[in-house]
Structure formats: C-alpha cells, structure tokens
Design a protein around this ligand. Structure first.
Ligand code: ARG
Length: 460
C-alpha cells in the first residue's frame, strides 16, 4: 500500500529497507510537544486569516489537544510506516476528526514544520542548560567562599608554580562557565526566528500571517528568507559548539578531580555518592563520575563534528540528510545535562584536604617569585637580575635539601650581601597568597569578595 500522507502518485509502498532507513519516528517522537504547539499556532493563524473556517480550526485544535494527552499518557501508537512525528500526529488527527484534519497542512510543509519544531526544542534545551550552569556556578562559588583561605599549589606545566587558594581555583571555573552560559544565550538570541510559513522552500500563495505565528511561538520575528529558513541548521551547530566547549570545561575540572583524589596528590576526598569501589581491591575508591564526565565530552564534540560533516556539502534547500541532525543532538544534549548534574553533585560533596594542599604548595620552591619580587621592591634591583639571584638561591636550597625559608640569612647573603632578615616574611605560602591583591589575584580577601559577588548574583 502506498503512503496515505503522500502516496498519490505511488502504486506500491516502500521496501522494508527503505522504511527502515527513512523513518525517524523512533527518535523524533521527542519533538511531539513542539510539533503540537507549532501546529496549534499554525491552525489559529489559518483561522485568523480566514484560510480555514473557525469551526474546522476548533476541531483541529481540540484533536491536537487529545493527541497531546494520548502521547503523554503513553496511549499513542507510533507507526514506522508513517515515518516521522509530523505524519504520525497528522494521521492520528485524521482518525480523530476525519478528512478536515488535512486542512491543517495548508500553507506549510514538513520542511518548515521540522525546522520550527527543532528550533523550539533547541531553544528549550538552551534555557535548561543556562539554569543548570547557574546551579553549578553557585556550587562552585559556595566552595570558593568556604575555601577562600585554603592554600592550593598553583601549577603551570603541572609543576609547582605559585601558591594560590582553592577558592580562587573554583572561581576560575565559575568564570569559564559564565562564558559558556552566555554563549548559549547568544546562540538563543540568534536562533529565535520563526521558520514557519517558509513552507516547502519558496513561501506560499496563501495569505498567511507569519508575524502572528512567530509571536505565538515566542520567536522574536519570522525568518526573512524562506530558502534559508528550511535549509539551515546553524542554530543547532552553534548550540552544539557551545555544548562542546562547556563539556570541555567540565572535562578539565573532572580531570583535576581525578588527579586530586589520587594517593599521590591527596588534595581532596570524594563522597560515597559519586565514587565506586572495586570488586577485587577492597581499598579502592574510584572517581567514576569524574572519569565519565571527562570521557563523555567525546560524544558531544563528536555530535558537533558529525553535524558539521552532514551539512557541509548540502545544496540549498532541504535534503533528507538533515534528518540526521536529531539523534546526535538529542544524545549530546542529554549527555551534557547529565554531566552538569553530576559535576554539581561532585563539587557539592568534595572535601579539600587543606593540610595536604598546604604542604604540597610549599614544595618546589613555590615562593621563589615572591623572593625575586622582594629583591626588586626592597633593594631596587631590576627584575631580571633579581630573577638570576633567586635562581642561585633556589640552587643553594636544592643542594642543601631545604626549602627557601630553610636557608640561613648568612647563606642568602653569600649570594646577595644586601639581603636582610625581612626577606623571610615573604617566603611562606600564606604570605605569598595574601600578597596577591592585584585585581583578579588569588589573595583570600579578593576571593571572598568575588565568591560573595557570585553567590549574590546566583541568589543562594
Ligand atoms: N523527518 C524529516 C526530518 O526530520 C521531516 C522533514 C521531511 N521533509 C521532507 N521533505 N521529506 O528532516
């Protein structure tokens, strides 16, 4: 039997394999709410413009409401023979209200319909991400406030560089996440144009009111070019790019948590809630959630790559290739959403080991820059010369297997005669951190102020 939605010129139905490759209903049924919402807006507009009668409009709207409840109650049978969510719903509408159901598709096509549904879906997801990111930022800002004074070794090249505070480190992620959050919102602003009414590709001869449907669906305006409206998917690409960058940030934090939780670092302890044990080694506590957040970024970047590859060779306008936009997007979105939730839980539960971090921060001559700065400030030396002298002092300490503050004043003076005992004030990690009061620096007072500013912004 040929397809009842479009089979006029067809004698037989598609082959089994054709049906399998063509159908999207197994995954695009996720768009049911957006599809019904879009259809109802279109229907109201058709009535308002006199394209269909008020009576037909009422029956269509009511039928669509019934379908929405059926789907939500799990009472709807999706059919693969009907390909996709659009035709499944329209076909059910015909069962419910008869042939007048066919009037709904006046002045529209599945091409503008799917572009509209998907935009609505992506827009809703962006709003969810913005919320979830804000929640994670709040969790990080709470840790930052609680640990504004807790010392952490700051690394470059994963080598001890200068001591910082744990709070400052948390706030670095808050900043990254703020760019991620606003990147999603920027994408939202660009995507918020309504494709509905572009019809198949060229617009329609019916006197439709695109401003009306755009407004009803919460779009800022109708898309201005019908070809572009049905042919482009950059709203998804841009959102996936924002998702890929966010996932990358989460992955970096996840990697730090994995490192920090090792027996070698021992910087943090993780709770039972986000770790697992081993079936053979009773002592183990594995940071699985962090590892998975680190690992799942592959899927999200993969989705961006896949869709870029799908789109790159497509002539205008719609091609069926574009149906490939959905599964990977759904997967990337649920992946990121889960990772944001898992990371928020891990951050909330994570307990820094302040003593161990303090001890590690003092290793590796981490206050050497403070010593060089002292030579500049107190003895008026050019920084390069101070750097050189400090290097010699580090070599001296290394040779004697002591930290910088383990050198005697005499030993220091053997390198630079004018050094006084005041130098010892700048050699402790606590003094080092407290002195970094420059804007954006790691001094505890700065960190506390910043953490509270964020907590205030996030109102928690
Ligand atoms: N299921 C299709 C998709 O997701 C809907 C659009 C179909 N349009 C068409 N001309 N066959 O892309």
């Amino acid at each position: 039997m040929s397809n009842k939605m479009w089979g006029g010129r067809f004698e037989t139905g598609p082959s089994e394999i054709m049906e399998e490759i063509n159908a999207s209903i197994t995954f695009d049924q996720r768009l049911y709410a957006q599809d019904i919402r879009g259809s109802q807006a279109h229907c109201r507009m058709l009535v308002a413009t006199g394209i269909i009668s008020a009576e037909n409009g009422e029956r269509i709207l009511h039928g669509l409401d019934t379908i929405l409840s059926e789907i939500e109650a799990g009472d709807f049978t999706f059919s693969r023979a009907l390909e996709d969510i659009h035709m499944n719903i329209e076909s059910r509408l015909a069962e419910l209200i008869g042939p007048d159901a066919g009037r709904l598709h006046t002045g529209r096509s599945r091409n503008d319909q799917v572009a509209t549904d998907f935009r609505l879906y992506v827009r809703d997801t962006v709003d969810t991400f913005a919320q979830q990111i804000a929640t994670l930022q709040a969790a990080l800002a709470r840790k930052a406030d609680a640990h504004a004074d807790t010392i952490l070794p700051g690394f470059t090249h994963l080598q001890n560089a200068q001591p910082v505070t744990f709070g400052h480190h948390c706030l670095a992620y808050v900043e990254m996440l703020e760019r991620d959050r606003t990147r999603f919102l920027d994408a939202r602003a660009r995507m918020n144009e309504c494709p509905l009414g572009a019809a198949a590709l060229a617009g329609t001869s019916f006197p439709i009111d695109r401003e009306m449907t755009a407004k009803e669906l919460g779009f800022d305006r109708p898309a201005r070019n019908s070809l572009d409206a049905v042919a482009d998917r950059d709203f998804v690409l841009e959102t996936l790019a924002a998702a890929a960058i966010t996932s990358t940030h989460l992955s970096r934090l996840a990697e730090e948590i994995v490192l920090w939780a090792t027996a070698q670092f021992r910087f943090v302890s993780l709770s039972d809630k986000f770790t697992t044990g081993s079936s053979i080694m009773p002592q183990k506590r594995n940071p699985d959630a962090a590892e998975l957040v680190r690992g799942k970024v592959g899927r999200v970047i993969g989705a961006l790559n896949s869709l870029m590859t799908v789109m790159k060779g497509l002539p205008l306008t719609y091609s069926k290739d574009m149906q490939e936009d959905k599964e990977l997007t759904f997967d990337a979105f649920s992946t990121l959403s889960l990772c944001l939730a898992a990371m928020t839980g891990m951050v909330d539960d994570l307990e820094p080991n302040a003593d161990r971090m303090h001890e590690a921060a003092a290793e590796g001559f981490s206050t050497a820059t403070d010593l060089a700065d002292w030579l500049v400030r107190e003895l008026g030396l050019p920084f390069r010369e101070a750097h050189h002298i400090t290097g010699s002092l580090v070599a001296l300490a290394e040779g004697g297997d002591v930290m910088l503050d383990g050198l005697t004043l005499e030993q220091m003076q053997s390198v630079e005669l004018r050094i006084t005992k005041d130098v010892f004030d700048v050699l402790s990690v606590d003094n080092s951190v407290a002195s970094r009061k420059s804007l954006g620096g790691t001094a505890p007072d700065n960190v506390r102020t910043e953490a509270r500013r964020w907590l205030d912004l996030r109102k928690v």
